[in-house]
Design a protein around this ligand. Structure first.
Ligand SMILES: [Zn+2]
Ligand SMILES: [Zn+2]
Length: 340
């Protein structure tokens, strides 16, 4: 008789989570099986829960901040062996031969773009299978729970910052101190940027400073754009909030040639074209990254001591854990631990 595992699935769009027994899956060619130790809960898991991502086949197990041990290796997998501790993030795979893939833009693959927990079952389970292209090696000195949120929230902020064009000493502002922002402030500070944190209210100031911000701007009390301009303007602003108005309010704080990078999903953002034209400023979005970007994020975090603040729940409390994340009250990431 095949061995069973527990998994938490969404039975249909807008359905409640169900904890079910399933057969432990066997990895096909090019895939490995992972015995999961921890999986972060991300706001994007609501795309599966609510059915707002097109083409999802249900039931589906969400979760794209997965850490665990390789437990079985399918045929034609090279470079990975049983026992290695690995992470799986949002980017689950790509074809490798379409035009965007040939240009190295794997995130834009037009043929076989796979997303973990969306195109195939993710990490709200005791086991999962994943393509070898999706694997990141986890450094020994990071715990599995600490590594999990780095697979999405971490790589998104780390990768946006390291590709932002900002140089050590430049003013870099992080808008929002939440799941993404509290990591963004740490990464920016550790990369040597003059890091400014912007959030609503006075209460987040001590935390922002502790995470490495040299300045904190309370956007309820002060005009954040004017405050940034007093520092000479920001070379880069990373917007992690989900409010378009909050984004619009800081745009005027961009220095000449400054870049506004959107990583928080908000409604349509309004921007004054003269601001962009006159200072050659720009706005762009940033996609999290591929498996090697996640691996770099983990390595950098271990090297400099970047750590996510986490609330930990056992797998069977997935509903409670998800609601905690959706409430916006978690400090700051919510993690399912399969070992608790
Ligand atoms: Zn995510
Ligand atoms: Zn492709």
């Amino acid at each position: 008789m095949a061995k069973k595992m527990r998994a938490v699935q969404v039975p249909h769009p807008k359905g409640s989570f169900e904890i079910v027994e399933r057969e432990i899956p066997e990895p096909q060619a090019g895939w490995v099986r992972i015995k999961i130790q921890a999986c972060g809960i991300c706001h994007s898991d609501s795309l599966v829960k609510d059915g707002t991502w097109p083409g999802i086949q249900y039931p589906r197990v969400p979760g794209h901040e997965v850490i665990g041990l390789i437990d079985a290796v399918g045929p034609r997998v090279e470079g990975w062996t049983a026992g290695q501790r690995v992470g799986v993030g949002w980017h689950g795979g790509h074809c490798g031969h379409c035009d965007p893939c040939r240009r190295g833009d794997f995130f834009a693959c037009q043929v076989a773009l796979l997303t973990t927990g969306i195109s195939f079952d993710g990490g709200y389970a005791e086991y999962m299978i994943a393509p070898d292209k999706a694997l990141a090696l986890v450094p020994e000195d990071l715990s599995s729970v600490d590594s999990a949120p780095l697979m999405c929230a971490g790589v998104t902020t780390f990768n946006a910052l390291r590709n932002s064009g900002a140089r050590p000493g430049d003013v870099v502002a992080v808008l929002g101190i939440g799941g993404l922002g509290h990591l963004g402030v740490q990464f920016a500070a550790k990369m040597g940027f003059k890091t400014v944190a912007i959030a609503r209210g006075k209460d987040k100031e001590p935390l922002a400073k502790k995470l490495g911000a040299i300045r904190y701007i309370d956007s309820q009390e002060k005009n954040p754009a004017a405050e940034l301009n007093k520092l000479g303007g920001a070379k880069v602003i990373i917007a992690t909030v989900t409010s378009a108005d909050a984004m619009t309010a800081v745009l005027g704080g961009l220095a000449a040639n400054g870049v506004f990078i959107v990583i928080g999903a908000a409604g349509p953002i309004s921007v004054d074209p003269i601001l962009l034209i006159s200072g050659r400023r720009s706005m762009k979005g940033w996609y999290s990254g591929t498996s090697i970007d996640s691996q770099d994020t983990l390595k950098f975090s271990a090297l400099v001591g970047v750590q996510s603040m986490n609330e930990i729940f056992p797998l069977e409390k997935a509903t409670e854990a998800y609601e905690r994340m959706m409430s916006g009250k978690a400090r700051f990431r919510v993690i399912l631990s399969m070992e608790s």
